[in-house]
Design a protein around this ligand. Structure first.
Ligand code: AMP
Ligand code: GLY
Length: 422
Protein backbone atom coordinates (compact mmCIF):
# COMPACT_ATOMS: atom_id res chain seq x y z
CA UNK A 1 0.00 0.00 0.00
CA UNK A 2 1.05 3.61 -0.49
CA UNK A 3 1.43 5.66 2.68
CA UNK A 4 1.50 9.40 3.25
CA UNK A 5 3.23 10.85 6.32
CA UNK A 6 2.26 14.41 7.28
CA UNK A 7 4.99 16.56 8.87
CA UNK A 8 8.57 17.63 8.47
CA UNK A 9 10.56 17.02 11.64
CA UNK A 10 12.75 14.40 13.24
CA UNK A 11 9.67 12.48 14.33
CA UNK A 12 8.48 12.22 10.74
CA UNK A 13 11.94 11.17 9.55
CA UNK A 14 11.93 8.45 12.19
CA UNK A 15 8.46 7.34 11.02
CA UNK A 16 9.64 7.33 7.38
CA UNK A 17 12.71 5.27 8.26
CA UNK A 18 10.65 2.71 10.16
CA UNK A 19 7.67 2.58 7.80
CA UNK A 20 9.92 2.15 4.76
CA UNK A 21 11.17 -1.12 6.30
CA UNK A 22 7.70 -2.65 6.20
CA UNK A 23 7.07 -5.21 3.46
CA UNK A 24 3.50 -3.88 3.35
CA UNK A 25 4.57 -0.52 1.90
CA UNK A 26 4.61 0.31 -1.79
CA UNK A 27 5.33 4.00 -2.27
CA UNK A 28 5.99 6.29 0.67
CA UNK A 29 5.29 10.03 0.51
CA UNK A 30 6.05 12.71 3.06
CA UNK A 31 4.33 16.09 3.08
CA UNK A 32 6.32 18.27 3.28
CA UNK A 33 9.23 16.20 4.70
CA UNK A 34 12.87 17.28 4.91
CA UNK A 35 16.28 16.33 3.50
CA UNK A 36 16.29 13.16 5.63
CA UNK A 37 12.83 11.87 4.72
CA UNK A 38 13.72 12.22 1.03
CA UNK A 39 15.94 9.15 1.39
CA UNK A 40 13.00 6.94 2.30
CA UNK A 41 10.26 8.31 0.11
CA UNK A 42 9.11 11.22 -1.99
CA UNK A 43 8.71 14.61 -0.37
CA UNK A 44 5.77 16.70 -1.54
CA UNK A 45 5.83 20.41 -0.81
CA UNK A 46 2.50 21.07 0.86
CA UNK A 47 1.42 22.62 4.16
CA UNK A 48 0.29 20.27 6.92
CA UNK A 49 -3.08 22.05 7.23
CA UNK A 50 -3.74 22.47 3.52
CA UNK A 51 -6.40 19.74 3.54
CA UNK A 52 -7.58 20.23 -0.08
CA UNK A 53 -3.97 19.90 -1.31
CA UNK A 54 -3.50 16.81 0.86
CA UNK A 55 -6.73 15.41 -0.62
CA UNK A 56 -5.31 15.83 -4.12
CA UNK A 57 -2.12 13.99 -3.17
CA UNK A 58 -4.06 11.14 -1.58
CA UNK A 59 -6.18 10.64 -4.68
CA UNK A 60 -3.41 11.18 -7.21
CA UNK A 61 -0.86 8.94 -5.47
CA UNK A 62 -3.43 6.28 -4.53
CA UNK A 63 -2.62 6.57 -0.83
CA UNK A 64 -4.17 3.89 1.42
CA UNK A 65 -3.09 5.25 4.80
CA UNK A 66 -2.23 8.67 6.23
CA UNK A 67 0.01 8.96 9.28
CA UNK A 68 -0.20 12.37 10.94
CA UNK A 69 2.93 13.50 12.80
CA UNK A 70 2.19 16.91 14.35
CA UNK A 71 -0.77 18.08 16.46
CA UNK A 72 -1.90 21.10 14.47
CA UNK A 73 -3.56 19.24 11.57
CA UNK A 74 -5.23 16.88 14.08
CA UNK A 75 -6.60 19.71 16.20
CA UNK A 76 -7.71 21.49 13.01
CA UNK A 77 -9.61 18.39 11.94
CA UNK A 78 -7.72 16.51 9.23
CA UNK A 79 -9.32 13.26 10.32
CA UNK A 80 -12.80 14.82 10.27
CA UNK A 81 -12.06 16.21 6.80
CA UNK A 82 -11.35 12.69 5.55
CA UNK A 83 -14.47 11.26 7.21
CA UNK A 84 -16.64 13.93 5.58
CA UNK A 85 -15.33 13.27 2.06
CA UNK A 86 -16.91 10.55 -0.09
CA UNK A 87 -13.61 9.57 -1.70
CA UNK A 88 -11.46 9.83 1.40
CA UNK A 89 -13.63 8.40 4.14
CA UNK A 90 -12.47 4.81 3.73
CA UNK A 91 -8.78 5.81 3.89
CA UNK A 92 -7.48 5.38 7.43
CA UNK A 93 -5.94 8.34 9.19
CA UNK A 94 -3.63 7.49 12.08
CA UNK A 95 -4.46 10.25 14.55
CA UNK A 96 -7.70 11.24 16.29
CA UNK A 97 -10.53 13.35 14.92
CA UNK A 98 -10.80 16.88 16.29
CA UNK A 99 -12.92 15.97 19.30
CA UNK A 100 -10.31 13.55 20.61
CA UNK A 101 -7.55 15.96 19.62
CA UNK A 102 -9.00 18.42 22.14
CA UNK A 103 -7.06 16.43 24.75
CA UNK A 104 -4.09 18.42 23.42
CA UNK A 105 -5.90 21.34 21.77
CA UNK A 106 -7.57 22.52 24.97
CA UNK A 107 -5.94 22.22 28.39
CA UNK A 108 -9.31 23.01 29.98
CA UNK A 109 -10.94 20.15 28.08
CA UNK A 110 -8.11 17.81 29.14
CA UNK A 111 -8.47 18.85 32.78
CA UNK A 112 -12.23 18.34 32.75
CA UNK A 113 -11.70 14.94 31.12
CA UNK A 114 -9.20 13.89 33.80
CA UNK A 115 -11.38 15.01 36.69
CA UNK A 116 -14.43 13.34 35.13
CA UNK A 117 -12.58 10.04 34.87
CA UNK A 118 -10.64 10.16 38.11
CA UNK A 119 -7.22 10.43 36.46
CA UNK A 120 -4.56 11.86 38.78
CA UNK A 121 -3.53 15.40 37.80
CA UNK A 122 -2.84 18.73 39.49
CA UNK A 123 -5.75 20.75 40.94
CA UNK A 124 -6.80 23.57 38.62
CA UNK A 125 -9.15 26.41 37.87
CA UNK A 126 -9.99 27.61 34.37
CA UNK A 127 -10.29 31.36 34.15
CA UNK A 128 -11.68 33.69 31.48
CA UNK A 129 -12.43 37.42 31.57
CA UNK A 130 -15.82 36.49 33.03
CA UNK A 131 -14.61 34.75 36.19
CA UNK A 132 -11.31 36.54 36.75
CA UNK A 133 -12.05 37.31 40.42
CA UNK A 134 -12.61 33.64 41.23
CA UNK A 135 -9.49 32.74 39.29
CA UNK A 136 -7.38 35.16 41.30
CA UNK A 137 -8.72 33.82 44.57
CA UNK A 138 -7.93 30.27 43.46
CA UNK A 139 -4.42 31.48 42.63
CA UNK A 140 -4.11 33.07 46.08
CA UNK A 141 -5.02 29.76 47.68
CA UNK A 142 -2.11 27.96 46.00
CA UNK A 143 1.50 27.74 47.12
CA UNK A 144 4.27 29.13 44.90
CA UNK A 145 5.38 28.53 42.24
CA UNK A 146 2.26 29.18 40.17
CA UNK A 147 1.56 27.35 36.93
CA UNK A 148 -0.38 29.24 34.24
CA UNK A 149 -1.31 27.59 30.96
CA UNK A 150 -2.84 29.00 27.81
CA UNK A 151 -5.82 26.77 27.07
CA UNK A 152 -5.13 26.39 23.35
CA UNK A 153 -2.15 25.40 21.23
CA UNK A 154 0.74 27.82 21.64
CA UNK A 155 3.59 25.98 19.90
CA UNK A 156 4.89 24.68 23.23
CA UNK A 157 5.27 28.19 24.68
CA UNK A 158 1.96 28.60 26.49
CA UNK A 159 3.04 27.53 29.99
CA UNK A 160 4.37 30.03 32.53
CA UNK A 161 5.78 28.99 35.89
CA UNK A 162 6.02 32.00 38.18
CA UNK A 163 7.40 32.30 41.73
CA UNK A 164 5.76 35.55 42.78
CA UNK A 165 2.03 35.76 43.48
CA UNK A 166 1.57 39.35 42.27
CA UNK A 167 3.47 38.64 39.10
CA UNK A 168 1.37 35.52 38.55
CA UNK A 169 -1.85 37.51 38.97
CA UNK A 170 -0.55 40.11 36.52
CA UNK A 171 0.38 37.37 34.06
CA UNK A 172 -3.11 35.84 34.25
CA UNK A 173 -4.49 39.22 33.17
CA UNK A 174 -1.89 39.60 30.41
CA UNK A 175 -2.61 36.12 29.13
CA UNK A 176 -6.34 36.82 29.04
CA UNK A 177 -5.49 40.09 27.31
CA UNK A 178 -3.97 38.20 24.39
CA UNK A 179 -0.38 37.27 25.34
CA UNK A 180 -0.83 34.05 23.36
CA UNK A 181 -3.57 35.35 21.09
CA UNK A 182 -6.76 33.32 21.10
CA UNK A 183 -4.97 30.41 22.78
CA UNK A 184 -5.01 32.26 26.10
CA UNK A 185 -8.61 33.50 26.05
CA UNK A 186 -8.97 30.81 28.69
CA UNK A 187 -6.13 30.26 31.15
CA UNK A 188 -5.73 27.15 33.27
CA UNK A 189 -4.26 27.92 36.69
CA UNK A 190 -2.66 24.84 38.18
CA UNK A 191 -1.17 23.63 41.39
CA UNK A 192 2.58 23.07 40.94
CA UNK A 193 3.70 19.47 41.20
CA UNK A 194 7.29 18.71 42.08
CA UNK A 195 8.88 15.60 40.64
CA UNK A 196 10.57 14.01 37.68
CA UNK A 197 8.91 13.79 34.27
CA UNK A 198 8.67 11.13 31.61
CA UNK A 199 6.73 10.55 28.41
CA UNK A 200 4.51 7.50 28.06
CA UNK A 201 3.08 6.63 24.66
CA UNK A 202 0.29 4.33 23.68
CA UNK A 203 -1.24 3.47 20.37
CA UNK A 204 -4.95 2.70 20.41
CA UNK A 205 -7.69 1.58 18.06
CA UNK A 206 -10.21 3.20 20.40
CA UNK A 207 -10.80 -0.01 22.27
CA UNK A 208 -7.53 -1.78 22.96
CA UNK A 209 -4.13 -0.19 23.36
CA UNK A 210 -0.46 -1.07 23.32
CA UNK A 211 2.17 0.68 25.41
CA UNK A 212 5.20 1.84 23.43
CA UNK A 213 8.64 2.36 24.97
CA UNK A 214 8.73 5.04 27.65
CA UNK A 215 11.13 7.98 27.21
CA UNK A 216 12.42 11.08 28.92
CA UNK A 217 13.01 14.26 26.99
CA UNK A 218 15.18 17.23 27.85
CA UNK A 219 13.30 20.44 27.11
CA UNK A 220 15.63 23.16 28.39
CA UNK A 221 18.40 24.60 26.26
CA UNK A 222 20.99 24.68 29.06
CA UNK A 223 22.97 22.07 30.96
CA UNK A 224 21.32 20.85 34.14
CA UNK A 225 17.87 21.71 32.77
CA UNK A 226 18.36 25.47 32.84
CA UNK A 227 17.49 28.28 30.45
CA UNK A 228 14.70 28.57 27.94
CA UNK A 229 12.36 25.80 26.87
CA UNK A 230 13.00 24.29 23.46
CA UNK A 231 11.18 21.80 21.30
CA UNK A 232 13.40 19.18 22.93
CA UNK A 233 17.18 18.77 23.14
CA UNK A 234 17.27 15.00 23.32
CA UNK A 235 15.60 11.89 24.65
CA UNK A 236 16.43 8.69 26.46
CA UNK A 237 14.52 5.40 26.48
CA UNK A 238 13.85 3.45 28.66
CA UNK A 239 13.62 5.61 31.79
CA UNK A 240 15.14 3.93 34.86
CA UNK A 241 12.60 5.29 37.36
CA UNK A 242 9.67 4.23 35.15
CA UNK A 243 10.12 0.63 36.27
CA UNK A 244 7.57 -2.16 36.26
CA UNK A 245 5.91 -1.02 39.49
CA UNK A 246 5.60 2.57 38.29
CA UNK A 247 4.32 1.54 34.86
CA UNK A 248 1.71 -0.69 36.48
CA UNK A 249 0.38 2.35 38.35
CA UNK A 250 0.47 4.35 35.12
CA UNK A 251 -1.46 1.70 33.26
CA UNK A 252 -4.11 1.16 35.95
CA UNK A 253 -4.63 4.75 37.05
CA UNK A 254 -3.98 6.65 33.81
CA UNK A 255 -3.88 4.64 30.59
CA UNK A 256 -6.93 2.42 31.16
CA UNK A 257 -9.15 5.24 32.50
CA UNK A 258 -8.12 7.43 29.56
CA UNK A 259 -8.93 4.86 26.87
CA UNK A 260 -12.14 3.86 28.68
CA UNK A 261 -13.00 7.51 29.31
CA UNK A 262 -12.75 8.39 25.64
CA UNK A 263 -14.99 5.47 24.85
CA UNK A 264 -17.57 6.28 27.49
CA UNK A 265 -17.58 9.93 26.38
CA UNK A 266 -18.41 8.70 22.89
CA UNK A 267 -15.12 9.88 21.39
CA UNK A 268 -13.80 7.50 18.78
CA UNK A 269 -10.01 7.69 19.01
CA UNK A 270 -7.56 6.03 16.65
CA UNK A 271 -3.94 6.99 17.01
CA UNK A 272 -1.31 7.83 19.56
CA UNK A 273 -1.86 9.13 23.06
CA UNK A 274 1.15 10.77 24.67
CA UNK A 275 0.95 11.08 28.44
CA UNK A 276 3.29 13.74 29.81
CA UNK A 277 3.70 12.44 33.36
CA UNK A 278 5.33 13.64 36.53
CA UNK A 279 6.29 11.29 39.31
CA UNK A 280 5.55 12.80 42.71
CA UNK A 281 7.10 10.51 45.33
CA UNK A 282 6.72 7.62 42.89
CA UNK A 283 3.05 8.36 42.21
CA UNK A 284 2.27 9.28 38.59
CA UNK A 285 0.27 12.41 37.70
CA UNK A 286 -0.65 13.66 34.24
CA UNK A 287 0.92 17.02 33.37
CA UNK A 288 -0.48 17.04 29.86
CA UNK A 289 -1.90 14.94 27.07
CA UNK A 290 -0.67 15.11 23.51
CA UNK A 291 -2.46 13.37 20.68
CA UNK A 292 0.64 12.47 18.70
CA UNK A 293 4.08 11.06 19.32
CA UNK A 294 6.71 13.21 21.03
CA UNK A 295 9.60 14.84 19.30
CA UNK A 296 12.47 14.03 19.99
CA UNK A 297 11.18 11.03 21.98
CA UNK A 298 10.06 9.26 18.80
CA UNK A 299 13.58 9.31 17.40
CA UNK A 300 14.74 7.22 20.39
CA UNK A 301 11.57 5.17 20.94
CA UNK A 302 11.35 4.01 17.34
CA UNK A 303 14.78 2.36 17.57
CA UNK A 304 13.39 0.06 20.26
CA UNK A 305 10.30 -1.07 18.37
CA UNK A 306 11.12 -4.34 16.66
CA UNK A 307 7.68 -4.96 15.17
CA UNK A 308 6.31 -3.69 11.88
CA UNK A 309 4.80 -0.27 12.61
CA UNK A 310 2.55 -0.51 9.57
CA UNK A 311 1.07 -3.74 10.91
CA UNK A 312 0.25 -1.93 14.16
CA UNK A 313 -1.28 0.95 12.18
CA UNK A 314 -3.45 -1.53 10.30
CA UNK A 315 -4.60 -2.84 13.66
CA UNK A 316 -5.53 0.72 14.66
CA UNK A 317 -7.41 1.29 11.41
CA UNK A 318 -9.23 -2.06 11.45
CA UNK A 319 -10.00 -2.07 15.15
CA UNK A 320 -8.06 -5.26 15.78
CA UNK A 321 -4.93 -3.90 17.40
CA UNK A 322 -5.11 -6.63 20.04
CA UNK A 323 -4.26 -9.21 17.39
CA UNK A 324 -1.07 -7.40 16.36
CA UNK A 325 2.32 -7.92 17.88
CA UNK A 326 4.44 -5.28 19.56
CA UNK A 327 7.95 -6.45 20.41
CA UNK A 328 10.21 -4.03 22.24
CA UNK A 329 13.98 -4.24 22.32
CA UNK A 330 15.47 -4.33 25.82
CA UNK A 331 18.43 -2.23 24.69
CA UNK A 332 18.43 1.50 25.41
CA UNK A 333 18.13 4.17 22.74
CA UNK A 334 18.88 7.88 22.81
CA UNK A 335 18.49 10.93 20.63
CA UNK A 336 20.91 13.85 20.93
CA UNK A 337 19.59 16.95 19.20
CA UNK A 338 21.96 19.22 17.32
CA UNK A 339 20.50 22.72 17.13
CA UNK A 340 21.32 26.04 15.50
CA UNK A 341 23.32 28.61 17.50
CA UNK A 342 20.92 31.05 19.17
CA UNK A 343 18.01 28.61 19.29
CA UNK A 344 15.39 28.82 20.86
CA UNK A 345 15.86 32.56 20.32
CA UNK A 346 16.78 33.98 16.93
CA UNK A 347 18.91 31.72 14.79
CA UNK A 348 20.01 31.47 11.21
CA UNK A 349 18.95 28.98 8.59
CA UNK A 350 20.83 27.90 5.48
CA UNK A 351 24.18 26.82 7.01
CA UNK A 352 25.79 24.05 4.98
CA UNK A 353 26.02 20.78 6.91
CA UNK A 354 29.06 18.64 6.18
CA UNK A 355 30.55 15.31 7.21
CA UNK A 356 27.17 13.58 7.48
CA UNK A 357 28.83 10.56 5.87
CA UNK A 358 31.39 10.28 8.69
CA UNK A 359 28.76 8.95 11.10
CA UNK A 360 29.12 5.34 12.12
CA UNK A 361 27.00 3.24 14.45
CA UNK A 362 24.40 5.97 14.97
CA UNK A 363 21.44 6.93 12.84
CA UNK A 364 20.68 10.51 11.94
CA UNK A 365 17.13 11.73 11.88
CA UNK A 366 16.83 15.11 10.25
CA UNK A 367 14.70 17.66 12.09
CA UNK A 368 15.28 20.98 10.32
CA UNK A 369 17.22 20.43 7.13
CA UNK A 370 16.62 20.83 3.45
CA UNK A 371 18.40 20.06 0.23
CA UNK A 372 19.79 23.12 -1.55
CA UNK A 373 21.47 22.24 -4.82
CA UNK A 374 24.21 19.78 -3.93
CA UNK A 375 24.13 20.62 -0.23
CA UNK A 376 22.13 19.73 2.85
CA UNK A 377 21.55 22.95 4.79
CA UNK A 378 20.02 23.84 8.13
CA UNK A 379 16.36 24.80 7.91
CA UNK A 380 15.19 25.09 11.52
CA UNK A 381 16.27 25.54 15.12
CA UNK A 382 16.46 21.84 15.76
CA UNK A 383 18.63 20.47 12.97
CA UNK A 384 19.57 16.80 13.43
CA UNK A 385 18.89 14.07 15.97
CA UNK A 386 21.90 11.79 16.42
CA UNK A 387 20.36 8.51 17.60
CA UNK A 388 22.03 5.41 18.96
CA UNK A 389 21.37 2.20 20.78
CA UNK A 390 23.38 0.61 23.56
CA UNK A 391 23.18 -1.86 26.43
CA UNK A 392 22.26 1.10 28.61
CA UNK A 393 21.64 4.79 27.98
CA UNK A 394 25.19 5.78 28.92
CA UNK A 395 26.64 3.53 26.26
CA UNK A 396 24.15 4.82 23.71
CA UNK A 397 24.90 8.43 24.63
CA UNK A 398 28.62 7.93 24.25
CA UNK A 399 28.11 6.79 20.68
CA UNK A 400 25.73 9.64 19.87
CA UNK A 401 28.10 12.24 21.31
CA UNK A 402 31.03 10.81 19.36
CA UNK A 403 29.08 11.02 16.11
CA UNK A 404 27.61 14.42 16.98
CA UNK A 405 31.14 15.78 17.25
CA UNK A 406 31.90 14.73 13.66
CA UNK A 407 29.07 16.67 12.02
CA UNK A 408 29.96 20.19 11.01
CA UNK A 409 27.90 23.33 10.45
CA UNK A 410 28.23 26.92 11.61
CA UNK A 411 27.25 27.49 15.27
CA UNK A 412 26.34 23.87 15.95
CA UNK A 413 25.17 23.30 19.54
CA UNK A 414 23.98 20.38 21.62
CA UNK A 415 23.52 19.66 25.29
CA UNK A 416 26.29 17.44 26.58
CA UNK A 417 24.67 16.35 29.84
CA UNK A 418 21.67 14.28 28.78
CA UNK A 419 20.79 11.67 31.38
CA UNK A 420 22.42 13.71 34.17
CA UNK A 421 19.30 13.30 36.31
CA UNK A 422 18.75 9.57 35.86
P1 AMP B 1 2.91 21.34 29.39
O1 AMP B 1 2.93 22.10 28.10
O2 AMP B 1 1.57 21.26 30.03
O3 AMP B 1 3.62 20.01 29.28
O4 AMP B 1 3.87 22.13 30.36
C1 AMP B 1 5.21 22.38 30.03
C2 AMP B 1 6.11 22.04 31.18
O5 AMP B 1 5.76 22.82 32.31
C3 AMP B 1 5.99 20.59 31.63
O6 AMP B 1 6.79 19.73 30.90
C4 AMP B 1 6.42 20.71 33.07
O7 AMP B 1 7.82 20.70 33.16
C5 AMP B 1 5.91 22.04 33.48
N1 AMP B 1 4.62 21.93 34.16
C6 AMP B 1 3.40 21.97 33.59
N2 AMP B 1 2.43 21.81 34.50
C7 AMP B 1 3.04 21.65 35.69
C8 AMP B 1 2.59 21.46 37.02
N3 AMP B 1 1.29 21.41 37.33
N4 AMP B 1 3.51 21.33 37.98
C9 AMP B 1 4.83 21.40 37.70
N5 AMP B 1 5.31 21.60 36.48
C10 AMP B 1 4.45 21.73 35.47
N1 GLY C 1 8.97 16.31 23.45
C1 GLY C 1 7.74 16.84 23.87
C2 GLY C 1 6.76 16.99 22.80
O1 GLY C 1 6.86 16.42 21.73
O2 GLY C 1 5.78 17.71 23.02
Amino acid sequence: MNILIIGSGGREHAFAWKISQSPKVGQLYIAPGNAGTARYGTNIEVGVTDFPAIRNIVLEKKISMVVVGPEVPLVEGIHDYFLADKLLKSIPVIGPASEGARLEGSKDFAKQFMFRHGIPTARYFSVTKDNLEQGISFLQGLKAPYVLKADGLAAGKGVLIIDDLDEAARSVREMLGGMFGQASETVVIEEFLSGIECSVFVITDGNKYKILPVAKDYKRIGEGDTGLNTGGMGAISPVPFADEIYMKKVEERIIIPTVQGLKSDGIEYKGFIFFGLISVQSEPFVIEYNVRMGDPETEAVILRIKSDLVDLFEGVANGNLAERELVIDTDAAVAVMLVAGGYPGDYQKGAVISDLDKISGSILFHAGTKILGEDVVTNGGRVLAVCSKGKNFKEALELSYLNASKIQYKDKFCRSDLGFDL
